[in-house]
Design a protein around this ligand. Structure first.
Ligand code: CMC
Length: 447
């Protein structure tokens, strides 16, 4: 919505008028789409902290108040009263599904849970210690090799089929990646089970024994997936939009998003948190030492699971996870020393001036790893679980982007600061200037 208000930019003694746009929750933005045309100038905003890349109806986040809503529904309500597939439908199609819409959506997803049998053999080719995020992103992209007939981004039927395939097959790919790592036979999907029960069964069943899925654990997992389902224009979602803006197919855009999510500053933080807690435990639970290290400007150490670009108050997802974590651990009688260290760390950090001043609170990744551990999910699968949860959000954002008439191929500009034009230097006249690192000759191929 365009406000009556205008922003005036004064450059070189000339005033330029720019429209001010107001979102449905009152957020205001200066529309700079005509800026370069009017002034010849561009904006510079490393990390895009002040840049809106799109207008979106999917997710509302208020970082100061700790609010997260999808299509107007609070994350607390969705977790308490909804399911992951209902939330996925809501995010992708804009409204909560009716009973019959949900049944059809669920049946469609359930029918597509198998991956092509030829894909199964690809898992054999990965090294045993391959990180499951490497396998996940490769296998998601590989889906595009199997379904070439139906990935026209501008065809709604193709898109609906691709959406179903992605939602249906990502748990199977994740479970196969896990089974490969532990050297157990792949467990095929069981279409009699719901989404999370099936996921847990594919992870933990073995063909020689009966396997009962604990419905409480499946419910806790469902809630975790809801909590990760979307988070507006974060790094991986922006990746989906950027890759998708070239009209690359949805599988490849999601595969790129998996790669972006993997980084420790983003979805990889859940694994990094447990690694950090284990290190603190090994070091005699010396919480203070690690807080001091995180504050020390001479070190690049950070408290993983703390801080957020948007939340400057408690991350509402972290609150919900913390509660579920306490519940599941108490029910299972698990005494996880990681939880005790996490609570101490949180306590100390929340009282420390450094963290208070910078508004650094625990984020979604701080407690999720402890809950995944309680569900029996191994550490290097945590980011994979995040990817399964985030998939509906990625899809919803991609779908909104390709159907938005305002979309243009993503192509940021830059301010060039390099050498000006110079003559080519013949090799005999060149000095050895600092460049690539030495020492690669010591690494043998395949090492
Ligand atoms: N530990 C210690 N100091 C921190 C931390 C931290 N975890 N996070 C931010 N700071 C400090 C930072 O050093 C800077 O201090 P100063 O103003 O003195 O230079 C200030 O706080 C602002 O930090 P920033 O790096 O400019 O903030 P950002 O918005 O660019 O980064 C972040 C956000 C999430 C990448 C960052 O807080 C961080 O690295 N956190 C740890 C990794 C993490 O938990 N990531 C998960 C994010 S939530 C889920 C998701 O996105 O997947």
């Amino acid at each position: 919505m365009s406000a009556n208000e205008k922003a005036i930019l004064s450059v070189g003694g000339k005033n330029h008028e720019l429209d001010v746009i107001v979102g449905s929750e009152g957020e205001r933005a200066i529309d700079i789409r005509s800026l370069r045309g009017q002034t010849g100038l561009i904006t510079l905003d490393n990390g895009y902290a002040n840049t809106g890349a799109c207008q979106s109806e999917i997710t509302f986040l208020n970082g100061e108040k700790g609010i997260l809503r999808h299509r107007g529904y609070s994350i607390e309500d969705l977790c308490e009263r909804g399911t992951f597939l209902e939330t996925a439908y809501l995010l992708i199609y804009g409204e909560l599904p009716s009973q019959s819409q949900l049944s059809t959506f669920t049946e469609d997803i359930t029918r597509h849970t198998l991956i092509h049998e030829n894909m199964r053999t690809f898992f054999q080719g990965f090294p045993l210690k391959a990180h499951p995020m490497a396998i996940l992103s490769s296998m998601v992209c590989t889906l595009s090799a199997f379904y070439q007939q139906s990935y026209n981004a501008l065809d709604a039927e193709h898109t609906d089929l691709t959406i179903v395939r992605l939602l249906a097959k990502i748990p199977t790919i994740a479970a196969f990646a896990y089974k490969k790592a532990v050297g157990q036979p792949y467990i095929y999907p069981d279409n009699n089970l719901n989404y999370c029960e099936n996921l847990l069964k594919m992870f933990f069943a073995v063909p020689c024994e009966d396997h009962e899925v604990d419905p409480d654990k499946a419910k806790a997992l469902d809630q975790l997936l809801i909590l990760h389902a979307d988070h507006e224009q974060n790094c991986s979602t922006s990746t989906v939009r950027l890759v998708g803006s070239s009209l690359a197919n949805l599988y490849s855009a999601i595969s790129a998003a998996c790669c972006a999510l993997w980084g420790p500053l983003h979805g990889g933080a859940n694994q990094a948190v447990i690694e950090m807690l284990s290190e603190i435990a090994k070091d005699g639970n010396n919480v203070r030492k690690y807080i001091d290290l995180a504050k020390d400007k001479n070190s690049d150490y950070r408290l993983m699971g703390f801080g957020h670009r948007v939340y400057k108050n408690f991350d509402p997802r972290a609150r919900i996870i913390k509660k579920t974590c306490d519940k599941i651990l108490a029910r299972e009688g698990i005494n996880d020393p990681m939880l005790d260290i996490a609570k101490q760390l949180e306590q100390v950090a929340l009282e420390d001036e450094y963290f208070i001043e910078r508004k650094l609170y625990p984020n979604v990744d701080f407690y999720s790893g402890i809950l995944y551990r309680a569900l029996g999910i191994p550490q290097d699968m945590f980011t994979v679980m995040f990817a399964i949860g985030r998939l509906p959000g990625w899809i919803a954002q991609w779908r909104e982007m390709v159907t938005d008439p305002a979309t243009r191929i993503g192509r940021p500009r830059q301010v060039y600061t390099g050498q000006q034009a110079r003559e080519f230097t013949p090799i005999e006249n060149r000095e050895s200037l600092p460049g690539r690192t030495a020492g690669l000759d010591r690494v043998t191929p395949h090492e």
